[in-house]
Write a protein that binds this ligand. Structure first.
Ligand SMILES: *[C@@H]1O[C@H](CO)[C@@H](O)[C@H](O)[C@H]1NC(C)=O
Ligand SMILES: *[C@@H]1O[C@H](CO)[C@@H](O)[C@H](O)[C@H]1NC(C)=O
Ligand SMILES: *[C@@H]1O[C@H](CO)[C@@H](O)[C@H](O)[C@H]1NC(C)=O
Ligand SMILES: CC(=O)N[C@H]1CO[C@H](CO)[C@@H](O)[C@@H]1O
Length: 866
C-alpha cells in the first residue's frame, strides 16, 4: 500500500514536471520562432547619418539582435535637424536619437524627452570640457574677455552646450556681454560679436519674432538655400567650428576632445600641429591646448540618448540593453575574428598619456547577453594601419573603402516611418554582404566626410541612467544654472495689476504660459480693487503694469504719472476704435438727438466709449444741461435708468450718488454696479448685453462689440439668437445706419486700450524695454485666435466672460513710440477736448501734462549728455 502510494506520488510528480518541461520547451520554441518584434526608429539628421543608420539597421537585422524574447528591428528616419527629431520623438513617431547636453535641455523642457543613457568615451570619461580655441599669435591685444567684443566667433551651433550656452553664460557672467534681449540670447550675442558663424541663429525656435540679424550667419559658408547657417553648413557642429576657426574666425568654442580628435594623425587635417593653437582661458590668458583641465570654461556631460517621456519604463530598460548589446556586437569591425581579445593593448591619448579603461559595472549588470568582450579590446587594430577609424580620405581616396564599396543605392530611399510599408523584406533587398562589418563609432571615411555620425566617434560604451536620473534636470546637474543663466534678465519681475477675480484667474494662466516658454521677466499678478487702486499700486511699485481704457489712461497719467507704452490693435490699421451708439432695429423711437427719459447702457463711468464720448456729444450739442460741468448729474437727470458701472463708487464719482445710474445693472450683491468684470453689464459686451436683455434702449460701445456678440458667435443664451441685423447704429445727426457702417456713423475715434507703467521721474527705460520685450514675445506665443482648452490665448476670455485684461477684439499689441509715451500725447486732441467738455478740470491738466513731458525730456537730455 505504502509502496503503491509512493509510486503514485512519484508518478504524479513525473507527469507534472514533464508537462512543465513540455510547456517550457514549447514556449521557448514559440518565442524562438516568433519572437516579439521591437521596432526602434532612429532619428538621423543628415544623408551620411542616414546611410550609417541603414547600415546599422542591416547589421541588426543580419545579426537577429535579440534581447529577452524580443527581436529588434532598427529603422531610420531622416529628419531635417535635431529640432525636428525632438518634435518627432515627442509625437512618438521616432524612438530615439542622440543629443548634445544643450539640446537635452531643449528636448526636456519643450518636448518632454528624457535621457536614458550617456555616451562613454574611449577614455572612460562621461564629461568633457568647453574650451575657447584661438590661433597662436592671434588676438595679441586681448587681455580680458571684454576684448572679445566685435571678434569673429565660430560656434558649434546655437543651443549646443560647449559651443554656445557655456561661452555665452561665461561672457554674461563676466560682465563682458550685456544682456540686450531677455528672451533672445541670439540677439544678445549678435550685439556683442562681430560677423560670426553660429548655425541655427535664424531657426524659428531661436528667432521667434523673426527679426534676428544675419550677423551670426555671415561667416557661415553653406550653400543657399537650406545649407547655409543650418546643421548642413560645413561650419556646423564642433568640427565645423574648428574649420571655421581655420578659415575665417578669431575664436572657436569647442569641446576639448574635438581638438584632440582633429589634431590626431590621419584626422583629415594634415599639417596642423598642436602648437599652432592656444586655449583662451576665462581670465583672458592663453595656455597650450593640453592644459584644458585648468583653462576651460566649464565641464559638460557627454551626449545623451533620449526617448520620449511616454516611453514605458520596461521599454527604456530594453533600449538600454539594446545599446549595451550594440557595444558588444559592433565595437570591432571584424567580429568574426577572436584574436587579441585577451591581450588588451595599453591605450594612449593624443598627448601620450596612458589611459586606463573604465568598465561601467552598471552597464553590464543586467544583461545576460553581455559577455564583456567589448571592453578589453583594442579598437585600433586594422590591417590597413594604426587607425582605421580615422582613415585619411586623402590618402585612400573617398571611394576606396577597405570594407567594401559603399553603394549609392542607399541614397534617397523612400522614408521608412512605421506604417509606411517598409518591412523586413525591404531590408533584405539591401545586400547583406556589403555590410559584413559595422562599427557603431565609425564615421569617416566609410559614410563620407562627416565625423560623429549617430554617435560621437570617441564613444565606446553607453552609461545607462537609472530611472530617477532620467530627467533633463538630473542629467544637467549644475548646468541647469548655466542654461537658465543665459535666459536671465536684468529686470526679473513684472507684476500685472488686475481688478477682478476672473481677471486674476486669466492673469495666473498667462503667467504659467509665459513661464512654460521661459519668457522673462517673470510675470506675477496683483489684484487691485479698482483701476484707480491699480494706478496707486503701480505708482508705489507694488505692481508694474496694467491694461487700461483711454479714460483710465487719462486718469493714470494725470494723477499718477503713469505712461502708456504698448497699445492694442483691433481691426483697424491704427491702434484705435470708433465709439458707437447701438439700438435695436425694432425700436425706431430711440434717437441719439433725443434720449431724454431713455434707458441707457454704458461700458463704465469715465470710460471713453461708455461715458466721455457720448456725454461730450450730448453736452456739446446742447441735448443735455451741463449743470456747470457736473456730468454725472447731467446724465442722472436726463436718462431715466442706466447701467453705468462705477457711478456709485466714490473713487469715480466724488459728487452725489444717483441711484438710477445703476438701476439697470445686474451684478449680485457687492458686485452690483462695480466697475470691473464682476458686474455682468460692465465693459463693452456688458453694455451690449444690457441692451439685449437688460431693458436698455441704447448702448454706448466700441465698433466691434455688436459684431462680436451676434450671429451665433457667443453661446450664452442672451446672445445666442441675436442677429447683427437686429441692431442699428444711431448716428449723431439723428439718422440710423447698419452696424457695419461705423466709419460714417460714430461718435468719434478713440485710442485703443494700452498697457501703462510708471513715467515721469520713475520712468525707467531698462524696465520698460524688458516689459515690451516680454509682451512682444508673449504675443508671438499666445497671441493667436485659435483657442483650445489646453492652450492659453491672450486675446480670448473664457465664456461667459469677455475682454479680460485684453480686449477680445485685439489682434495684436503694438509698441507705442517713445514720443507718445505720455497720456495726452497718446490720447490726442479729440480725446482731450471731449474730456474737457465732460469734466471741466481737464483743461488745467493739459498744462500739467505738458510740464511732465518737458521734465521727462529734460531728464532724458541730461542723462544723454552726461
Ligand atoms: C549581393 O551582392 C553581391 C555582389 O555585389 C552579388 O553578387 C549578390 O548577388 C548580391 N546578393 C543579393 C541577395 O542581392
Ligand atoms: C570632403 O571634404 C573635402 C574637403 O574637406 C571636400 O573637398 C570634398 O568635396 C568632401 N567630400 C564629400 C563627399 O563631401
Ligand atoms: C531701472 O531698473 C533696473 C532694473 O529694475 C534697475 O537695476 C535700475 O537701477 C533702474 N534704473 C534707474 C535709473 O532707476
Ligand atoms: C577594424 C578593427 O579594429 N578590426 C580588428 C578587430 O579585432 C581583431 C582582433 O583583435 C583585429 O584583428 C582586427 O584588426
Amino acid at each position: 500500500m505504502n509502496l503503491f502510494k509512493e509510486f503514485f506520488i512519484y508518478f504524479l510528480a513525473l507527469v507534472i514536471s514533464s508537462s512543465f518541461i513540455a510547456i517550457n520547451a514549447a514556449e521557448d520554441y514559440f518565442y524562438n520562432q516568433h519572437p516579439i518584434r521591437k521596432v526602434i526608429v532612429w532619428c538621423t539628421v543628415s544623408k551620411a547619418e542616414q546611410q550609417k543608420c541603414i547600415s546599422f539597421a542591416n547589421a541588426v537585422l543580419r545579426d537577429h539582435v535579440k534581447i529577452n524574447y524580443r527581436l529588434f528591428t532598427l529603422r531610420c528616419h531622416h529628419a531635417f535637424n535635431k529640432e525636428e527629431c525632438m518634435s518627432l520623438l515627442d509625437d512618438e513617431k521616432v524612438t530615439m536619437t542622440t543629443l548634445d547636453a544643450g539640446q537635452v535641455f531643449i528636448g526636456g523642457r519643450f518636448h518632454s524627452l528624457v535621457p536614458i543613457a550617456k555616451e562613454v568615451a574611449e577614455t572612460g570619461a562621461t564629461v568633457y570640457y568647453s574650451v575657447a580655441l584661438v590661433k597662436k599669435n592671434s588676438l595679441r591685444d586681448l587681455t580680458s574677455l571684454h576684448d572679445l567684443r566685435g571678434k569673429k566667433a565660430c560656434f558649434a551651433g546655437v543651443g549646443t552646450m560647449a559651443g554656445w550656452v557655456i561661452p555665452l553664460y561665461t561672457l554674461m557672467k563676466s560682465g563682458a556681454m550685456e544682456i540686450v534681449d531677455c528672451n533672445n540670447h541670439v540677439k544678445t550675442a549678435t550685439e556683442f560679436f562681430g560677423p560670426s558663424c553660429a548655425v541655427n541663429a535664424l531657426l524659428d525656435a531661436n528667432n521667434p519674432i523673426g527679426d534676428n540679424s544675419d550677423k551670426l550667419c555671415r561667416e557661415c559658408i553653406g550653400k543657399i538655400p537650406g545649407g547655409r547657417c543650418t546643421d548642413a553648413d560645413p561650419y556646423a557642429g564642433y568640427e565645423g567650428a574648428f574649420k571655421c576657426l581655420l578659415e575665417a574666425g578669431d575664436v572657436a568654442f569647442l569641446k576639448h576632445t574635438t581638438i584632440q580628435d582633429l589634431l590626431s594623425p590621419g584626422s583629415g587635417y594634415p599639417g596642423l600641429r598642436e602648437d599652432q593653437f592656444q586655449l583662451l582661458c576665462k581670465d583672458g590668458s592663453k595656455k597650450p591646448i593640453n592644459q584644458f583641465k585648468t583653462c576651460n570654461w566649464g565641464e559638460v556631460p557627454t551626449n545623451a540618448i533620449v526617448v520620449s517621456s511616454a516611453t514605458l519604463l520596461e521599454d527604456r530598460v530594453l533600449y538600454q540593453k539594446f545599446l549595451d548589446k550594440i557595444v558588444t556586437l559592433y565595437t570591432n569591425t571584424s567580429r568574426g575574428l577572436q584574436t587579441n581579445y585577451d591581450n588588451p593593448q595599453p591605450e594612449y591619448d593624443s598627448f601620450g598619456n596612458r589611459v586606463r579603461r573604465q568598465v561601467y559595472q552598471d552597464s553590464n549588470r543586467y544583461d545576460p547577453y553581455n559577455d564583456n568582450r567589448g571592453y578589453n579590446r583594442n579598437p585600433y587594430q586594422d590591417p590597413f594601419g594604426e587607425n582605421p577609424n580615422l582613415l585619411n580620405p586623402n590618402r585612400y581616396g573617398v571611394n576606396i573603402d577597405p570594407y567594401g564599396p559603399v553603394s549609392n543605392e542607399y541614397d534617397g530611399r523612400p522614408e521608412d516611418l512605421p506604417g509606411n510599408g517598409y518591412d523586413d523584406d525591404d531590408i533584405n533587398k539591401y545586400n547583406d554582404t556589403k555590410y559584413e562589418y559595422f562599427t557603431f563609432y565609425e564615421s569617416i571615411p566609410r559614410f563620407g566626410n562627416q565625423t560623429n555620425l549617430l554617435f560621437q566617434d570617441s564613444t565606446r560604451q553607453f552609461y545607462p541612467l537609472q530611472e530617477l536620473e532620467q530627467t533633463h534636470d538630473r542629467y544637467l546637474g549644475h548646468l541647469n544654472e548655466v542654461v537658465m543663466g543665459i535666459r536671465s534678465c536684468p529686470v526679473n519681475r513684472m507684476t500685472l495689476c488686475v481688478t477682478s477675480d476672473v481677471e486674476l484667474d486669466k492673469c495666473v494662466k498667462m503667467k504659467i504660459a509665459l513661464k512654460a516658454q521661459l519668457l522673462k521677466p517673470e510675470m506675477s499678478c496683483y489684484k487691485g480693487h479698482s483701476q484707480i487702486h491699480c494706478m496707486q499700486a503701480i505708482n508705489s511699485r507694488t505692481a508694474d503694469v496694467a491694461v487700461f481704457d483711454a479714460g483710465d489712461i487719462y486718469t493714470a497719467g494725470l494723477n499718477f504719472d503713469l505712461v502708456p507704452f504698448i497699445s492694442e490693435v483691433y481691426n483697424l490699421a491704427d491702434p484705435e476704435y470708433y465709439v458707437v451708439a447701438v439700438a435695436k432695429e425694432a425700436d425706431p423711437s430711440t434717437d441719439l438727438t433725443y434720449l431724454r427719459g431713455k434707458y441707457t447702457c454704458h461700458s463704465g463711468i469715465n470710460t471713453a466709449a461708455g461715458w466721455i464720448y457720448p456725454m461730450a456729444y450730448l453736452i456739446s450739442n446742447g441735448w443735455v444741461r451741463p449743470y456747470g460741468c457736473n456730468s454725472v448729474r447731467a446724465a442722472a437727470e436726463y436718462f431715466t435708468k442706466s447701467c453705468i458701472p462705477g457711478a456709485l463708487s466714490t473713487e469715480y464719482n466724488t459728487g452725489m450718488p444717483y441711484d438710477n445710474m445703476c438701476d439697470l445693472c445686474r451684478g449680485s450683491s457687492f458686485q452690483y454696479c462695480r466697475r470691473d468684470a464682476s458686474e455682468l453689464f460692465y465693459g463693452h459686451t456688458g453694455a451690449f448685453r444690457c441692451l439685449v436683455e437688460g431693458g436698455g434702449h441704447v448702448a454706448f460701445v466700441k465698433h466691434t462689440t455688436a459684431i462680436e456678440n451676434t450671429g451665433g458667435k457667443r453661446r450664452e443664451w442672451w446672445a445666442r439668437d441675436a442677429l447683427v441685423d437686429d441692431f442699428e447704429l444711431l448716428c449723431p445727426d439723428g439718422t440710423r445706419a447698419e452696424i457695419n457702417d461705423y466709419l460714417t456713423c460714430n461718435l468719434g475715434k478713440v485710442k485703443a486700450n494700452a498697457i501703462v507703467t510708471r513715467g515721469g521721474y520713475s520712468y525707467n527705460e531698462t524696465q520698460i524695454n524688458a516689459y515690451i520685450n516680454l509682451f512682444m514675445y508673449a504675443q508671438t506665443f499666445y497671441g493667436s485666435k485659435t483657442v483650445d482648452e489646453f492652450s492659453f490665448s491672450m486675446f480670448y476670455s473664457t465664456p461667459p466672460h469677455t475682454d479680460l485684461i485684453f480686449q477680445d477684439a485685439a489682434t495684436q499689441l503694438k509698441v507705442i513710440d517713445p514720443e507718445f509715451r505720455e497720456y495726452s500725447a497718446y490720447l490726442g486732441r479729440d480725446f482731450m477736448r471731449a474730456k474737457r467738455i465732460v469734466d471741466c478740470y481737464a483743461s488745467t491738466s493739459t498744462i500739467r501734462a505738458s510740464l511732465g513731458l518737458v521734465l521727462v525730456l529734460v531728464i532724458t537730455y541730461l542723462s544723454l549728455s552726461s
